[in-house]
Write a protein that binds this ligand. Structure first.
Ligand code: CA
Length: 640
């Protein structure tokens, strides 16, 4: 029996993440290829040595994994792998699961991962998340957030900048729960050897998926440094009650032959057109093939690795519509085994047509088939501020034609059949549950909110544009979907009319911290909106059945007015009911309150908001000023 147990142990199924398992006594290598005729690992003393010091042939074993064990202590050395097929050697590359890399990610590094843990890492835990509907996501790029001379942050453009007090205090003051950071895995568009040139890129050009980007570390030439500092950033957020979401870009690579996925197993990880060329659903020259077994496994293992090793709390999938539904459901199941509160959502679309059957892809339309995987709602976005494909106005900037689409967005596109018939015969229906509907108006893509309103409502004064801005964000934060805010909107950021700033200079992309004073009124409004949402469960009922039970839209002939009511909230909210009046038109509107005897507290009115209540007497009729929201909470009558 003992010998059988030993055999079982020896044939433990290898995973892609077992690529390089280091100990001071030996290093074990394992790489997958189903087409190689030979494979070898090449060991280098230095990251930039021309000649390797050792070539280690790999032996093919079970499930197409090629393995070797090298005795001795290899710490501090570097490796690449290369494979031989069809009569030639493919170019060498770090393995597809390189966890530590040299400058610019050209070679994998052999390090002791335990030595990358910052002080106190063993005590790092995800902040408690007793109610998932509390989520308010704040998206930012670390350079946008830290580079301004007015940021008060010393380590500009670095993981360590996010650890500093001014960086964290702002997020705490806003009251957000999750920080979503633009790509922080190793990407290719910034030369890590010339960081002093201060070039900017969003980073949607993956090179090594399982190592952090060197440009954000204080020493990209030290493979452990970027790992330690990425962990320090997450640790600091966790210590302050904030969860961290990673933006992951598995749908394409920077290029094909310059990265490990393309080199180590040629073509396998990508979808091909019938003529043998690379399919291009990403619009970036290639698209990966999540439907291929080992690409799916790669994605599953990769997110789990970040969740376990870095304690990442959520994943935002870039162009998720390129991936297949089965993969997204497999990712969800694997993360559930680690922690079911880890978030998953993404862009339920592709840039161009993927080379895979549409009905099997993780497109927004099929969100309901992927439980607890969310999708960005272009419906509520376009309804509020207009589509990025034109310069039209949306509901918040005066376009009454968007009213019905906005009502669908307010209830999270769950197929809501309004008892008063306000959503028409075919309400939008793509999310199974409201929290799968990511409610937002802006993100890093397209115009920021200030610029969007400025181009679509150019003839309006800045004062009116500010009203539209507040109204649009109010609708997002009272929506039953998951709230998402683009970082810097609270500071009235502008990108000077640039709607694709992926490689614009810092001067375009930085958040204007000085506006916390110059536009203090707007900043305070955003803070209070978030506080109002978090204080009232009625705005985030959490499940489709509850939305159907408690929400109604009160009929009105005014195309610029939505009367959104959440009622019968006893036992759910401190308020008995919540009434939201959204006026997207230039005229003041008046609404009769549903129950005249109520104890009403006005939470928002005429561009002001206060979660504790504005200084208003109870009203029998309520007004809503042009381009603004009125929010009224009805409380039980105090005992006589
Ligand atoms: Ca890089």
């Amino acid at each position: 029996m003992l010998s059988l147990a030993l055999i079982a142990c020896a044939s433990k199924q290898l995973k892609l993440e077992d690529e390089c398992v280091y100990s001071p006594q030996k290093t074990q290598f394992a790489f997958w290829s189903n087409v190689a005729e030979q494979m070898e690992v090449r060991i280098y003393e230095q990251s930039d040595d021309v000649q390797c010091t050792k070539v280690v042939p790999l032996t093919k074993g079970e499930n197409d994994f090629w393995t070797a064990t090298v005795k001795g202590d290899l710490v501090g050395k570097y490796y690449t792998v290369r494979s031989f097929q069809n009569g030639e050697w493919a170019p060498e590359a770090p393995g597809i699961f390189a966890k530590a890399v040299s400058i610019n990610g050209q070679r994998a590094a052999i390090i002791d991962m335990n030595a990358t843990n910052p002080e106190g890492w063993e005590n790092d835990v995800r902040p408690a998340m007793p109610d998932m509907t509390d989520i308010v996501v704040y998206e930012t790029h670390m350079r946008d957030y830290t580079m301004s001379p007015n940021s008060g942050i010393e380590h500009k453009g670095k993981f360590l900048g996010m650890v500093e007090k001014p960086a964290i205090n702002h997020l705490k003051e806003l009251g957000i729960t999750h920080l979503q950071i633009l790509p922080m895995f190793d990407y290719g568009s910034i030369d890590e050897t010339t960081l002093e040139k201060n070039r900017y890129n969003w980073g949607y050009d993956p090179v090594n998926y399982n190592a952090p980007e060197g440009g954000y570390s204080s020493d990209p030439a030290d493979p452990a440094c970027r790992i330690r500092e990425a962990k320090m950033m997450i640790q600091a957020m966790h210590a302050n009650g904030i969860r961290v979401i990673m933006d992951v870009v598995y749908n394409h690579t920077y290029d094909v032959m310059g990265c490990a996925l393309g080199r180590v197993v040629p073509q396998y990880f990508y979808r091909l057109n019938e003529d043998g060329t690379y399919a291009n659903g990403s619009g970036c020259g290639n698209e990966t093939a999540s439907d291929h077994e080992m690409m799916r496994q790669f994605m599953v293992e990769s997110v789990c690795y970040w969740a376990r090793e870095y304690h990442v709390d959520g994943f935002r999938f870039d162009l998720m519509g390129i991936h297949d539904q089965e993969t997204m459901n497999a990712i969800r199941a694997a993360l559930d085994e680690i922690d079911p509160t880890i978030l998953t959502y993404g862009e339920g679309w592709a840039a161009m047509s993927p080379a895979y059957p549409y009905e099997d892809l993780a497109m927004k339309q099929w969100t309901y088939k992927m439980p607890r995987v969310g999708a960005f709602s272009d419906d509520i976005r376009n309804a509020l501020i207009g589509s990025p494909f034109d310069h039209e106005r949306g509901f918040a900037s005066g376009n009454g034609a968007c009213k019905q689409a906005l009502m669908n967005g307010l209830v999270g596109c769950i197929g809501f059949e309004d008892p008063n018939g306000q959503l028409g015969a075919e309400p939008l229906c793509w999310s199974g549950e409201p929290m799968q509907h990511v409610s937002y108006i802006t993100c890093h893509d397209n115009y920021c909110l200030r610029d969007r309103i400025a181009v679509s409502a150019a003839e309006e004064s800045e004062a009116t544009q500010l009203r539209m801005n507040k109204l649009a964000q109010t609708a997002v934060l009272v929506s039953q979907g998951m709230s998402f805010i683009y970082g810097g909107e609270e500071l009235f950021r502008t990108k000077l009319g640039i709607d694709n700033s992926y490689q614009s200079p810092d001067s375009i992309n930085i958040i204007p911290w000085e506006n916390q004073i110059a536009y203090a009124d707007l900043y305070e409004y955003y803070c209070q909106l978030i506080a109002i949402r978090r204080a009232h469960k009625g705005f985030r009922l959490g499940c489709a059945e509850a939305v159907k039970e408690h929400v109604e839209f009160i009929p009105t002939d005014n195309e610029h007015l939505i009367i959104y009511r959440i009622k019968n909230l006893e036992g759910i909210d401190s308020a008995k009911s919540l009434l939201v009046l959204l006026n997207g038109g230039p005229e003041e509107a008046t609404v009769a309150m549903p129950a005249a005897e109520g104890n009403y507290v006005v939470l928002a009115y005429d561009g002001e908001a206060n979660a504790a209540g504005l200084d208003f007497a109870s009203h029998e009729q309520e007004t809503v000023k042009p381009y603004s929201a009125t929010i009224i909470a009805e409380y039980p009558q105090p005992e006589e």
